[in-house]
Write a protein that binds this ligand. Sequence first.
Ligand SMILES: C[S@@+](CC[C@H](N)C(=O)[O-])C[C@H]1O[C@@H](n2cnc3c(N)ncnc32)[C@H](O)[C@@H]1O
Length: 345
Amino acid sequence: MKTLGLTFCIKIYFNHKGLPNKEYLRLILSSEYNRKHVDRFMGNNLMSQLANVKISLNDFQVRDGIYFPKDYEQLNSTEQKQRWDKIGKTYYGSQKIEEAAATAPIKQDYTLLTGKPGGTWSKFTVNQSVDSILEIGCGYGRIPLFLSKEKNLRCQKYYGVDISEPLLRRLLKCKQEYDFFPGAEFNIICDSAELLPLEDNSIDLAISNCVFMHIPDAQIRNLLVEISRVLKPGGIFVFNHSFHNKSCPSHIIHNFVRRLNIFKQNPVYLKQYSADEIKAMLTASGITAKCPQYTVEPTQEYAILPQKIKGIPVPFATQINNSIKPSDSRRETLAYGYSAYSNNC
Ligand SMILES: C[S@@+](CC[C@H](N)C(=O)[O-])C[C@H]1O[C@@H](n2cnc3c(N)ncnc32)[C@H](O)[C@@H]1O
């Protein structure tokens, strides 16, 4: 299968002297394996061409109010997509609010469904009004629901990208139920976030919550370049709890266990980052040129022990992690992750 994938890339490379077409590129980009080998065997030539490729919503097909890529079958065959479709069916938020009685408390109080997101969201300025919002990994709409209801954020257009079809279907139900961003145009896109089907400099506010840490390093870097491309100069970005912290002991233990497992390793290795590496990525993507005033800060969740190792719960990990109250000088070491946001958020 892997050899086939690589042969396929080589064929594409030699068959397409000019810019390869979008469908082919989509296939290449959808596989971490292909990406790695395209890089290794063919240098940056093809990869640099990718930087010039743009897609638009016209390259998608709309079904049930969701934009799907035309090669959706290919996306469906990826491990990443299958994983998130499965999680999406059982995820928190999978309660069927539309089936609850009209008088049920959850109908009146959306936080019974979503909880209240904290971190950077608590700092978000109230009563803002923007033209367009892009959300990467929107899930079932927890963050837009919170921003609309609690922060009175208003927008004309909302673009939500997520790989999980069940979660996007749930988002549409939540929208129907709680009517967040009333009157806004909703564009819900089921795809792996990398090439964004949006115009240059078209987005006022780019947001993401707990998503980047689930995406491989090469894809994240491409995605950040795309976010930078579509963000308006002076626009706002909020990537709350988006990167895992490489010095957090819990991640170090995970990495160690992973290296011991020589027989079967998870093919998708998810990197962790230091604050400096995150700043370097934001700069390399061009985001900081568009939003020069920004902050990268450790999250307020700390961890010494992983919750699970190879699916096996670690005794007392939750209690021990919850009891950590680090001094300022230890926060960067013990924080589970990092958030990055522009200071005008
Ligand atoms: C931990 S959930 C967070 C969901 C939502 N942001 C929230 O806070 O409720 C991670 C989300 O990222 C999405 N996701 C994972 N990999 C993705 C990818 N490659 N492209 C787009 N979305 C992805 C998942 O489907 C899921 O909705």
